[in-house]
Design a protein around this ligand. Structure first.
Ligand code: ADP
Ligand code: MG
Length: 566
């Protein structure tokens, strides 16, 4: 009894498959990167599981991936001796789309192929990329520790369904056979495959083996001989290598592997720390925000290794929440191999690593900002709102975070959030003591606020804030570079030395006297809907404006509270 059955793909898997085959057609070779990446993950998982159950290693063979091909049959075969899959694993991993955001992803598709193929890059495609080059895929897999007759054979043409059958497999792990589409036969070629492996998988920490080129006899024909395999990569964990040994491309490919991203990272920081604590970290700044950046339980955190052994994905304890967009690896010599998430939370070594890694990440951002303004603008667009959570969350790095913030401003050249506090300070008037800002509902409302009139008149720059989080941000940011930050809509406006001269003041007093009756009339008619009516010299063009008193809740904050029914 082969327990054969045919099952339909979930609707989403079907859609994704179709889309992928079309949109990635110009970049077919990525299938090999994805399949080798999975094999490497499977080796990591086996090593981890074997820490508590050595029997899983069965024959004890060293982890490896083999990339083989058969020119005549038009096949490429990728096999590993990693963790393997049970029948249930196969159904849930290859029959549905594991990623929880897939439905969301499909919703965000526009139908414009070019745009969509960029989108697919953000999500990663994984196993299904096999169908870019193959019209039939067979997966023979056996979970480590199970009997040799408990293997599963999964077969699909990548259309609407797949079949499962129970099968035999001597070695644990997974063998994937790709039956190449007619126009993809170029991949059943040792030279071509090797070239792709070098390009995309050189950083993989386990050996990738390929058949040795056959020897030729005098007439140039291949000699009959047993096929031999040789490693084509270094098989050294990338982060263990010295920085000077690792090329840009290798760093980039490694990022794509660990982040399941198709796009290059914006920047990275690779460091080895020795001393009281010993660890290596490799932090990456992605170019694009993931779809689940705002999900409470979206993927975040670093990949944790202990002495080169993979321990867990998404170890959140090593970075604060406001840096949740950072991806990377941390490999520690001081954490126990059988650590759990709970233990991580209490480990003082983790605390010190967290504060050091936080500084590293902020430092990486700061370097990017000073080195490449355009790239930093890209970062800010994707992640600026998250970084704005920083000053409220991380008191000790407040100043460093403040330096990284970008603002819209009344400065003539400002277009969008492109001015830093440092930029502002360099433009401050000699007599100016404070940094002025305004929070409004939208960029437009900010720009048109009557509160700005006096500042425009006097030529004083004001930062214009209008993001949802800005009230909250500013409630945690009281000064920068020794200068206090002043909300221009609050209380009595104190322009300090920039204020009007004695002559101006005498003139104003005159006016105030004349306006007293009007003031009383306004107070009376508005009654207790307002706290007080005051003559202001803030306005130059508008007749009146509403102001908050110093201790009032910000307008945005009030709207949020109202919306939540408070
Ligand atoms: P991802 O690698 O991002 O999880 P993939 O589509 O590449 O997504 O793979 C889906 C899942 O299938 C993996 O998470 C893993 O559980 C399983 N899988 C794929 N390839 C292998 C393999 N060679 N060995 C064991 N499990 C695998
Ligand atoms: Mg994968």
């Amino acid at each position: 009894d082969l327990q054969q059955e045919t099952r339909g793909f979930e609707t989403e898997a079907k859609q994704l498959l179709k889309l992928m085959i079309h949109s990635l057609y110009s970049n077919k070779e990525v299938f090999l990167r994805e399949l080798i990446s999975n094999a490497s993950d499977a080796a990591d998982k086996l090593r981890f599981e074997a820490l508590s159950n050595a029997d899983l290693l069965e024959d004890g063979s060293e982890p490896k991936v083999i990339v083989d091909f058969d020119k005549d049959a038009g096949t490429v075969i990728i096999s590993d001796n990693g963790i393997g899959m049970s029948r249930d694993d196969v159904i849930s991993n290859l029959g549905t789309i594991a990623r929880s955001g897939t439905a969301q992803f499909l919703e965000s598709l526009s139908g414009d192929q070019k745009k969509d193929s960029q989108l697919i890059g953000q999500f990663g495609v994984g196993f299904y990329s096999a169908f870019i080059v193959a019209d039939k895929v067979e997966v023979l897999t056996r979970k480590a520790g199970s009997n040799t007759n408990e293997a599963t054979l999964w077969t699909s043409t990548g259309e609407s369904d797949y079949t499962l059958a129970t099968s035999e497999k001597a070695e644990r792990g997974t063998t994937i056979t790709l039956h190449l589409r007619e126009d993809c036969n170029e991949f059943a070629d040792g030279f071509r495959l090797k070239q792709i492996v070098k390009k995309y998988a050189d950083h993989i920490a386990i050996p990738v083996l390929m058949p040795k080129a056959p020897e030729l006899d005098e007439e140039g024909n291949e000699k009959e001989a047993e096929k031999e395999f040789e490693p084509v990569n270094d098989a050294k964990a990338l982060w263990t290598r010295p920085r000077t040994d690792v090329s840009e491309e290798e760093y980039q490919e490694f990022y794509k592997h660990i982040a399941h991203d198709f796009e290059k990272p914006l920047s990275w920081s690779h460091n080895k720390v020795e001393g009281k604590l010993e660890y290596t970290s490799l932090l990456y700044l992605p170019a694009k925000a993931p779809y689940d950046l705002w999900n409470r339980d979206g993927a975040r955190g670093l990949k944790l290794y202990v002495q080169r052994v993979f321990i867990m994905d998404q170890a959140e304890q090593f970075l604060p929440l406001y840096l949740r967009f950072i991806k990377g690896v941390v490999d520690s010599n001081d954490i126990s191999l059988n650590v759990s998430r709970e233990i991580l939370q209490k480990d003082p070594a983790v605390d010190s690593m967290r504060s050091a890694l936080t500084k590293r990440a902020l430092d990486m951002l700061s370097k990017l900002k000073s080195k490449d303004a355009e790239a930093y603008a890209g970062f800010w667009k994707e992640f600026g709102q998250v970084l704005k959570e920083g000053p409220g969350e991380d008191f000790s790095n407040r100043e460093a975070i403040a330096k990284l913030l970008m603002f819209n401003s009344t400065h003539a050249d400002s277009t969008g959030q492109d001015q830093s506090l440092e930029d502002y300070v360099t433009r401050m008037k000699p007599e100016q003591e404070k940094i002025y800002y305004l929070v409004a509902e939208s960029e437009k409302a900010a720009k048109n606020s009557p509160h700005l009139e006096i500042f425009r008149k006097k030529g004083i720059e004001v930062l214009l804030l209008s993001d949802r989080i800005d009230d909250w941000l500013m409630s945690h940011l009281h000064e920068f570079d020794g200068k206090s930050l002043q909300d221009i809509t609050r209380g009595e406006l104190d322009l300090g030395k920039l204020d009007d001269t004695e002559e101006d003041k005498a003139e104003q007093e005159e006016r105030e006297k004349a306006l007293q009756p009007l003031l009383e009339r306004v107070s009376k008619s508005l009654g207790d809907r307002i706290k007080e009516t005051r003559i202001s010299h803030r306005l130059t063009d508008s007749p009146a404006c509403l102001a908050l008193s110093e201790d009032d809740m910000g307008a945005q904050m009030r709207r949020i509270m109202e919306a939540s029914g408070q």
